[in-house]
Design a protein around this ligand. Sequence first.
Ligand SMILES: [Zn+2]
Length: 716
Amino acid sequence: MIVRRRWTAAATTAILISAVLSHPGPSTAAPAAPAAPITLTSTETALVRVQLRDQAQLDRLVAAGADLANRPRARDGRILADLVLTGAQLADLTAQGATAVQIVQRPEDGSRHHAESVRAAQARTAAGLRAAAPNQRTTAAAAAVDTLQVQQAYWWTTGGQTFLQAQVTTTATDDPDVEITVSWRTADGATGSFPLFRFEDSGEYQYHYALPQPVPSRPTQLTATSSLGGVSRAVTPALWPNASPPPLPTGYQKDFIDAYLTPVDIQARIKRLARQYRDLVDVIDLPNKTQGYRRTAAAYLGDPAVAAVVVESVRFGDQGMNGVQVRTVDPGRSNRPLTVGYRDRVLTVSLATDSGGKTVSTTDEVAAAINARQSNRFRATVEDGSAGLPMPVAGPARLDDGLQGTEVPARPWTVQALRLGVHRDGSRIGVLAYSQEHAREWATPLVTLEFAERMLANARTDPATRELLEQVDIFVIPMVNPDGANYSFNDYNFQRKNLVNHCTGPSRDPRYRTSWGVDINRNYTVGSYFDGYVGASANCLSGTYAGTGELSEAESRNVIALAQAHSNIKFAMNVHSYGGYFMWPPGAYRADGRITLPRPSIDESKMFLDSARRIVGAIAQERGTVTWPSQTGPVADVLYSAAGNSADQLYYELGIFAWDFEVGNDRWNPTTGEWEGVGFQPPFDEAHGEAQEYAGGLVEMVRVARDHAAAQAATG
Ligand SMILES: [Zn+2]
């Protein structure tokens, strides 16, 4: 119970698990700690890569509401998770055997990232070398008891370094201890090997794999062997993604992003593009206004450390309720009843007294009296831990919405879409790119806005771009979740959800203010939490809270409204960060038996994969970033189950080829030999690089759409 209470509190700071898992066997003792411990002050919050003690510790975190943002990653037999934590929570985890290995991101600070990640990575490399010792398990001379199949073997070269990645399945699916080793040979005769790690999801064996491994040159042969004696056929690794876009013509214009953009900045950018490219742009106001950057105003009446009641305004703080005062008073006479009065913006609760004149009202009685007599203006709840306690004479306390942003208009927000093209009449095939469903993913609107401006600027100078805008009708929603984004920029940079607070009772306590809101990408109708699918929560404080029902939120209704209103849209990209993924449906499964939403047909699966290779190739054109084959595929297979996500609804209900990007690929550190996570709000140079490369990916999606339309026309 102690553990549970602690992690209930932890969940309220929007825990986020990003990388996870590995070999669960008993031989996975924790390797060495970093050279110097990474610590935070108790109230400091940061995104931290943590090496967990064991699978059970991970399972407890997940059960307590941790929010998986990335897929389990095999890493030298260790379980690594990226978590948004306070120093106090990190200390708890450390006391339970975990070790912090990298500060991925501090609030408002990218400067320490590099030094700490390098130091941590050095420690991990040392540990990894030990963990990679050859497998000593004896199999006697017995015949092989398992059969191996190489599912994937791909190589590529980036930044002068060649990498190899493999995925292998064994028929010994129920043996958690089976160990698989991959051996490789290059064209010039170099050889080497590396271990794979078992990947289970929802209790079901999936396959063995490893992160991309550096090799000295192009590998020409790969074989897998198992500790049970199984040996795979030798295969020739294939080049990944083996597709590249047409070279950019001389004078091609790009690089339209020079800073992170707040919602107000994005609004201005949309307006400017519409003005500058009048002949090629429509701005579409989406039909559902959001709540706006607003909150109710609240205050503690009393001392939360002793006894307190939370008093909250019914209206938003900016609607005249910020600054309203609330107090309890001693009437100074005996045998008085509990009374509540509101006058001159002061809510006064006069406490009941006994025959000796002593105040006798409890916290519960005070809250009930406010709710009974002032329900049009206020609601009151007993602070967690104060139930039944004597109510002190307290206040006046001033109600406040707690919002720090001063440049943000406090009114319902109209989310906008750009429509780009020469023929914006539904006669051409449509594509939709949308971003920032999740507020803290600051790089994502940079991707879609860079894409939009490239199409527009080059339409005047580059015939190939002009031709794309002749043939394709492009829709872009740069920022699906403006209220959450405003909160992320002004108040709490790790905010993921929107600003609508559906909590009731004690979870409305302002101490939980950074955990309120609905996860927009869990609020759609297909494969939803409400349908029994995995990967969303009914807890209003969870990072993946699904809302009060399907499409309960204006933000998700807007995406669907746009797609429904334009039936020519056949391709869509939902842009998220971070981790470097390229995904498509199915995006959700039921826990029992891990039954996914229906698989695409063989033809459609081929369409998804062939197009993905083209788009991954286009992304790589900018600065060599290659999205790993292990992170290219159906959401449910390569990431996790995400019940009620938007791509699934676009695909299953509207017949749109709907993909998801997770921009912000791990960066290879050649000095340490480690892949390093970039986080949600990396130093701007990195975000700029992500915007440039993934905008190129979106341009390729437009070419894919054009080619698809042409092929359809040709076959009649
Ligand atoms: Zn996201």
